[in-house]
Design a protein around this ligand. Sequence first.
Ligand code: SF4
Length: 238
Amino acid sequence: MSWAWNPWHGCHKISPGCAHCYVYRHDARYERDAADVRKNADFGLPVRRDRSGHFKIPPGELVYTCFTSDFFLEDADAWRKEAWDMIRMRDDLSFFLITKRIHRFAVNLPADWGEGYPHVSIATTVENQDRVDFRMPLYLVAPIRHKSIVCEPLLERIDLTPYLSDEIEHVTVGGESGNEARLCRYEWVLDIREQCRQRGIPFHFKQTGALFEKDGYTYRVPREHQHKQAQKAGINLP
Ligand code: SF4
């Protein structure tokens, strides 16, 4: 089973991939400003216990961490140390984070981090070549035990080949969702797949996004079909 742990909520747009951020879209529906970053009531979830004294999140679970913000956000610098303390304490769980701020990875990193906690995976996202060439060199030298790349929302053809080292455990690709979604082309997806195939790196086509082009046709893909259509393509590499 997996859990969502969002210790803080809200974020600031930092790169083209953020233009139609789902956190902003979600908050707008409730007339909230996603730029107003705040600590969540669930901040202490990993160490919260039930009435019988057991951790609410049982051992062995996967915890999707900070998906309504960015774990390395400047506004959260003061909170991150405590968040790391909880992560360190729960080494019986697996934590998975995705960041667009790998350049801030070292800010308030725990003193005993070393080459990375074995139970923490940190993925970097890249949406265009400019962000690939900025983030990937920083990412490759960062001491992280489990690394993966998320190309989402994929906004153009990108070349990952200089950065597909053996330590990259998998690559995930997806288009953009929402009414204002930008186009994702199938040929870009296949291109990344081929780069992964040549390096023997697992590849996952997660979802088409809302505006998808294939074989010269552009499709508006309803939200409920975006994952299914990607699955149907049958192009994942184990
Ligand atoms: S970094 Fe992520 S959460 Fe923050 S604004 Fe960009 S897309 Fe949204």
